[in-house]
Design a binder for this molecule. Structure first.
Ligand SMILES: Cc1cc2nc3c(=O)[nH]c(=O)nc-3n(C[C@H](O)[C@H](O)[C@H](O)COP(=O)(O)O)c2cc1C
Length: 178
């Protein structure tokens, strides 16, 4: 471990991991708002901020989403979720092509903030699968102009102590020239 991993921010980044098992304990609305603030602190091309967020705490809606999303079978137990949505029509300049990238940055901020607060979260994919996009739109009343990119279940982890996975690979790094 070098000195940077003792920095709290670095420690959060390096130890974040997907959490798919939850105690079922509810996360408060204030905490979800903190995660939404973190999301909107993300960078975006030309600062367009082509995003909108749907925070879900209603158990019936979470259960319906869980039943329609094949890889989000932890939604009900998580107790809450944030749907990261893109607004592809928000900008008419070249910057509009970055909406997915911008929303991904916001999604990662949610994952990191959740971990920093001792919560668990996992990115579950919606976009670009047309069937999942339709399922999330129908379940949550999201208009056609808005594209759900990811559903992020958020809750209290059932197993709080994970070891960092150590995903650094030197073969994935090139210096100066490929
Ligand atoms: C674009 C994207 C889509 C993902 N979709 C799902 C998903 O549908 N369900 C799920 O359980 N995990 C999903 N994941 C989480 C990945 O499986 C996870 O990030 C990866 O295995 C690495 O593990 P870690 O997050 O613990 O480092 C997704 C992650 C990304 C970035």
């Amino acid at each position: 471990m070098d000195g940077s991993e003792r920095n709290q921010t670095m420690e959060t980044i390096m130890s974040r991991h997907s959490v798919r098992e939850f105690t079922g304990e509810k996360v408060g609305r204030d905490t979800l708002e903190t995660l939404l603030r973190a999301a909107m602190a993300a960078p975006s091309a030309v600062n367009v901020q082509p995003w909108s967020f749907l925070a879900i705490t209603d158990g019936a809606i979470l259960a319906k989403l869980e039943s329609r999303l094949p890889y989000a079978k932890m939604l009900g137990k998580a107790g809450s979720a944030i749907v990261v949505c893109g607004l592809p029509g928000k900008d008419e300049t070249f910057a509009k092509q970055y909406w997915q990238v911008d929303c991904a940055a916001a999604a990662e901020n949610i994952l990191l903030a959740a971990h920093a607060l001792g919560l668990g979260a996992v990115w579950t994919a919606v976009h670009p699968d047309p069937e999942r996009i339709r399922s999330v739109r129908e379940t949550c009343g999201i208009p056609e102009s808005v594209v759900p990119l990811a559903v992020i279940p958020v809750g209290v982890p059932a197993k709080p102590d994970y070891a960092p996975r150590g995903k650094y690979r030197s073969e994935n790094v090139h210096w100066d020239r490929w």
